[in-house]
Design a protein around this ligand. Structure first.
Ligand code: HPA
Ligand code: ZN
Length: 365
């Protein structure tokens, strides 16, 4: 307790407080939650040879020169995911970790093409993930949504075929997204795919303005109808765009540790998250690929405190934004916003529901 009263960041923003903040996670790739320990466990279980001799060697390899060097290891690592049970174990491990960090609601990306292209059926991946999401709702009171991401380094035709494959599972998927290598693969190339997805009732989001220019953010909004922009940090290079994002309160799912590890910014001190908040943008804080970038959502909160001096008001803003920007219905949003308010209004944050505790109402999934 003393730490909270006297710590260098002022009262009540120590690690325990940050972990306890009720929050939604809106930008996490389930394949990016594959910790080396689990990678080795699944490699053994499935008889898959890995490129690393040990867990330590894998971690050492996670020193990325650039975005592509990360993607290479990300696609390499997921080769151990073969059976429904693997996807289920992976997802459940993430949910347990997230629930212990105050996550009440998670909107999770998956990359079906990264699995179907190596012979793992769409059904295998989605069924395993779905089973874990249902179990997470039941056991941890954690609500969730699933977002199917198209790999933008592959063609729009391949994305369209993936969308067709997803249709029988429409009830399990809330939205479509766009990820993988951004530069040279502008959102507008996927306009027809997203229009078709919208006709089938999917919402949409898109990675834009992480490595790519501000123009890609505009395209994601105008050509894909994105309800949120994943990353979006390069919007700060274009004041007209910033004005629009503020006016329309377009949510930006920012992932600070990812941005620094992938060298979008040389250090956390130079990350624009604080300036974005000060501009009145709807910033949320997320973990992206936590097994590869050194931390889950609470570690991202802590990095903002240490690197940019985020204070209680900043943390309250990003936590509230996370629920506002989610795909929860209005009643659930209100309930969660109320939970955030009561957490912050109690100086010590001890009256709110502890992380991982089942809620009094049935989980919404
Ligand atoms: N950006 C784009 N594609 C990705 C990422 C990311 O940060 N993580 C996994 N796929
Ligand atoms: Zn991402």
């Amino acid at each position: 307790m003393g730490d909270r009263e006297t710590g260098p960041y002022g009262p009540a923003v120590d690690e325990t407080f940050l972990r306890g903040i009720p929050k939604a996670e809106l930008h996490v790739h389930i394949e990016g939650t594959l910790e080396p320990e689990m990678m080795f466990g699944l490699a053994r279980r499935n008889g898959v040879a890995l490129a690393y001799a040990s867990v330590e060697e894998a971690r050492e390899a996670y020193d990325f020169a650039d975005f592509q060097s990360f993607l290479d290891l990300y696609y390499e690592g997921m080769k151990v995911l073969l059976h429904e049970r693997d996807f289920q174990d992976l997802t459940l491990a993430y949910l347990q970790k997230a629930a212990g960090q105050g996550v009440r609601h998670a909107e999770i990306f998956f990359d079906p093409q990264a699995h179907t292209d190596r012979g793992v059926p769409f059904e295998t991946a989605i069924t395993g993930i779905r089973k874990a999401l249902v179990e997470g709702g039941r056991r941890m009171g954690l609500s969730s949504r699933l977002i199917l991401c198209f790999l933008r380094h592959l063609s729009a035709d391949e994305a369209m075929r993936t969308l067709q494959e997803a249709l029988p599972y429409k009830g399990w998927i809330s939205a479509v997204g766009l990820d993988s290598s951004e530069v040279g693969h502008p959102p507008k190339e996927f306009k027809e795919v997203f229009a078709e997805a919208a006709r089938h009732g999917f919402l949409s989001v898109a990675h834009a303005g992480e490595e790519g220019p501000p123009e890609y953010i505009r395209q994601a909004l105008d050509d894909l109808g994105a309800a949120r922009i994943d990353h979006g940090v390069r919007c700060m290079e274009d004041s007209t765009l910033v004005e629009r994002l503020r006016e329309e309160q377009v949510p930006l799912t920012v992932c600070p540790l990812s941005n620094v590890r992938l060298r979008c910014f040389p250090s956390m001190q130079e990350h624009p998250a604080k300036r974005m908040l000060d501009e009145g943008l709807c910033v949320t804080v997320n973990c992206d690929d936590p097994a590869y970038f050194g931390g889950y959502v609470a570690e991202n909160y802590a990095a903002l405190r240490e690197g940019l001096g985020f204070d209680r008001d900043n943390f309250r803003a990003v936590a509230e934004n996370s629920f506002r920007a989610s795909f929860l219905d209005e009643t659930e949003k209100e309930r969660r916003l109320h939970e955030v308010a009561s957490y912050f209004e109690d100086q010590r944050g001890e009256t709110a529901q502890p992380p991982g505790t089942a809620s009094s109402r049935p989980p919404q999934i």
